[in-house]
Design a protein around this ligand. Structure first.
Ligand code: SAM
Length: 365
């Protein structure tokens, strides 16, 4: 697996993520004599060989640059070709830690979709763990299978073309290295399906019978959550909890304190200026009939004789005219935090539950 080992230097055949800009990361397989053409320049694969991962590469025509990044599940999630909605890292990282998935864990996921989460699962369970992934849409299954082979996931990941709601999760003829206790014996299960409640009755047959098994169902609407919770309760799952991960960025900044007297002065100031403006308009119309829009005479070069009255404020704390630097000591400030708009994440409700083995079968970890 490219992300289960670490290397510094790019070699021919490596899967490299070419970081073009924030919104554009292009996965490339480094191949002799090929060229990556982008609107920011052309980048020869031959030059990439021998460079360090993370290094900046200049375009071969003397302009443009990219960064050559190592393949990680997080970067794959933001660069993969979308075949479906995907699980983003905010959710996948939370689910992995909450289900206590570690190196050596045995995990089931359905459906595979675009394989975004599969990569994160595969890296986490490592070479001693196993991932069983199910997809019922045949073209998606074929593409995901090819991708898993290309990315080296097949060492620990077994993908099956199956409708899990109808036919369950049990597998015949799985390769011997994937079998445990004569079956799947999953420690953790992730369901990203439109109707997880139809798959839940099939889970006991593939869950570990000696460990506490966790399940997470990923559903975008509350009606689905309600049906899922009912199915979990009916099928003996306990400790049911629903969580929503909302990805937000917090920004600390200062906000100017506004005194009510200043606000009143400011409103009066606006009113005064407005009245003066109206007066000015009236005068100019009266003095130059026919030239409605000219407040002063351009030929004479004279400024308008009507002066705007100084309000005596000396500054305009809330107006637009004067740019005030944040934290300017002439004013009073307080520290605040503001919420930035949501960052990219496919928000869904995460319903967690656990299946306890009978006390006689429990093994300590
Ligand atoms: N978690 C995936 C990812 O991160 O890329 C995305 C999963 S996508 C939202 C849901 C997938 O479930 C679809 O590809 C769909 O074809 C598949 N699916 C829906 N019902 C299924 C079923 N009964 N059995 C197997 N797969 C199913």
């Amino acid at each position: 697996m490219p992300f289960n080992s670490y290397k510094d230097i790019i070699e021919e055949g490596d899967l490299v993520l070419a970081y073009i800009n924030r919104n554009h990361i292009k996965p490339i397989r480094v191949t002799k004599d090929e060229i990556l053409n982008t609107r920011y320049g052309c980048f020869e694969h031959n030059e990439m060989i021998g460079m360090s991962y993370g290094e900046q590469m200049g375009g071969s025509r003397g302009y443009g640059y990219i960064y050559l990044l190592a393949f990680t599940p997080e970067l794959w999630t933001v660069s993969l070709p979308h075949r479906t909605q995907i699980v983003y890292t905010h959710d996948s990282s939370y689910i992995i830690q909450r289900l206590n998935i570690v190196s050596g864990s045995r995990v089931i996921e359905a459906g595979t979709g675009s394989g975004s989460f599969s990569h994160a699962f595969s890296r986490t369970v490592g070479l001693d763990g196993r991932l069983f992934s199910y997809e019922f849409h045949e073209p998606r299954f074929i593409e995901a299978k090819a991708e898993f082979e290309d990315h080296g996931l097949v060492k620990n990941t077994f993908i099956t073309h199956r409708d899990v709601c109808k036919d369950g999760f049990e597998l015949q003829n799985i390769p011997q290295q994937f079998v445990k206790d004569s079956g799947i014996a999953a420690d953790a299960i992730f369901l990203d399906l439109p109707s997880p409640w139809e798959a839940i009755p099939h889970l006991k047959a593939v869950a570990s019978s000696t460990r506490r098994v966790g399940v997470c169902c990923f559903s975008p609407c509350m009606e689905q959550v309600v049906k899922t919770v009912t199915a979990l309760n009916e099928n003996g799952w306990v400790d049911v909890e629903m969580v929503e991960v909302a990805g937000r960025r917090w920004e600390a900044r200062k906000e100017m304190l506004k005194d009510v007297n200043d606000v009143i002065k400011r409103l009066k100031d606006i009113q005064t200026r407005r009245n003066q403006g109206l007066e000015l308009l009236k005068q100019s119309r009266a003095s130059t009939p026919g030239e409605k829009r000219e407040a002063s005479s351009p030929e004479s070069g004279e400024a308008n004789p009507v002066k705007v009255q100084n309000t005596g404020m000396g500054f305009n704390p809330f107006g637009r005219g004067l740019r005030i630097k944040e934290g300017d000591e002439k004013f009073e400030w307080r520290d605040v935090t503001t919420i930035e708009p949501d960052i990219k994440t496919h928000t869904s409700y995460l319903t967690f539950a656990y299946l306890q083995p009978p006390p006689s079968a429990r093994v300590s970890l």
